[in-house]
Design a protein around this ligand. Structure first.
Ligand SMILES: *Cc1c(COP(=O)(O)O)cnc(C)c1O
Length: 417
């Protein structure tokens, strides 16, 4: 077991989680009489003061509907809203802000693509997903199976939690239309070789959608380096409000995609028997968009950019590793996912205890973890569990959080023996 002080010193030298933590008001509250230890970051992350203040300041001082008015407030809101789009484009290393479509979250972004692609799906066309996908990147493709006769093929997950790349290469063929794979598993923490997945798919003539809901937070979401046609992120896991997500698309991929919903803002002209559509990204943004939420996402990414990505990843991984090291040799614990280079998500099954009970007992000690299927039922089946408990680390977690997690887990386990 690593010595706490040494680890803490090592982490603080490169990155100061305590200074980060101090910017999150909610993290100083108590839960059940204990200091909050928030380890449900893979479900949703907390919000820094910068984001909270920016939303209030916008509502108090610069809010109106966007694009419509010629008045000052509308112009100010539009400017802030479009600036947020530029920030997302930069965050993803997109070629241009026009390649960033606002959605209400990760789920809607994937549905937008599936819906558009669905119009040209013929019975027998194939969609490849992996066994580790979130339901958000499974069910939209099931809709195409039910409605259009698409065939879903599954990339197997190996025992260590990595993808079986040889099997993937064999699944690709002339009927493959789309490969939709997660950048990082929200259960196993596995970071997938998305550039290689994309290269192979393109060689087979298929498009690629990368679900970056976790990857955008904990991996490197460089869409040009990956080469994918679509990349999806969600704001609420990136320290921004709920109700905002983004779909990146290659210019030609967005250009070829039919509209998703109809309404104001997505049109060029509307006549009684004819309609023409705006260019991307506005073609996909019918109605009043999530203005405050988009501005909040821009502020959150601007806030995040002050921290070195590699240092943040190293910090999160050190916390994960500390918990794993302290639990080493505990025969009652089964950790799901040990792939090389994985991110800081620790999902586990406790022998003889239900995951929900484990989470509820840990909550008594102020430790917030998730339990259940984690929106990934095919993966649970593949790993041979009916449910599991998950601790997921963020940049504001500390070595004290990792230790409180291990202590609470051991106490919870003692209820069952
Ligand atoms: C959270 C998550 C989603 C869904 O995103 P929402 O914004 O909550 O709709 C999809 N995929 C993965 C991997 C996720 O972690």
């Amino acid at each position: 077991m690593a010595d706490g002080q040494t680890l803490k010193t090592k982490v603080v030298n490169t990155f100061d989680p305590y200074a980060v933590r101090a910017q999150f008001p909610i993290l100083s509250r108590q839960v059940n009489g204990k200091p909050l230890v928030y380890l449900d970051n893979a479900a949703s992350a907390q919000k820094p003061r910068a984001v909270i203040d920016a939303l209030t300041a916008t509502m108090e001082g610069g809010y109106a509907n966007v694009h419509r008015g010629l008045h000052t407030l509308s112009n100010e809101a539009t400017e802030a809203f479009e600036k947020a789009r530029e920030i997302v484009a930069r965050f993803l290393n997109a070629e241009s802000p026009e390649q960033v479509v606002w959605t209400k979250g990760g789920t809607e972004a994937i549905n937008l693509v599936a819906n558009g692609l669905g119009l040209s799906i013929e019975p027998g066309d194939e969609i490849i997903v992996s066994e580790m996908e979130h339901h958000s990147n499974i069910v939209p493709w099931h809709l195409l199976r039910e409605r259009r006769g698409a065939v879903i093929k599954w990339i197997p997950v190996l025992d260590d939690g990595s993808l079986d790349m040889a099997a993937y290469a064999d699944l690709l063929g002339p009927k493959t239309r789309m490969v939709a794979v997660t950048h990082m598993s929200n259960v196993l923490g596995t970071i997938n070789p998305v550039a290689e997945i994309t290269r192979l798919a393109h060689a087979a003539g298929a498009q690629v959608l990368i679900d970056g809901c976790q990857g955008a937070v904990h991996a490197t979401p460089d869409v040009q380096a990956i080469g994918c046609d679509f990349y999806v992120l969600t704001g609420h896991k990136l320290f921004a409000p709920t109700g905002i997500g983004a779909l990146y698309g290659k210019a030609e991929a967005l250009e070829a995609l039919p509209p998703y919903q109809g309404g104001g803002e997505m049109i060029e002209t509307v006549e009684r028997d004819r309609v023409t559509y705006a260019k991307p990204p506005h073609r996909f943004e019918a109605g009043t968009p999530p203005i405050l939420e988009a501005i909040g996402l821009g502020v959150a990414l601007g806030w995040l950019a002050q921290y070195d990505r590699a240092a943040v990843q190293a910090h999160e991984h050190a916390l994960y590793q500390r918990a794993v090291d302290r639990l080493d040799g505990e025969g009652w614990l089964r950790i799901l996912g040990q792939a090389h280079g994985k991110g800081a998500i620790l999902t586990f099954a406790v022998e003889g205890a239900h995951a929900h009970d484990v989470a509820q007992i840990m909550d008594r000690y102020g430790v917030a973890v998730r339990a259940g299927l984690h929106c990934a039922e095919p993966l649970a089946k593949r790993m041979g569990v009916t449910s599991s408990t998950r601790a997921s680390f963020a940049l504001y977690n500390t070595v004290e959080d990792a230790d409180a997690f291990v202590d609470a887990l051991i106490k919870a386990r003692n209820f069952f023996v």
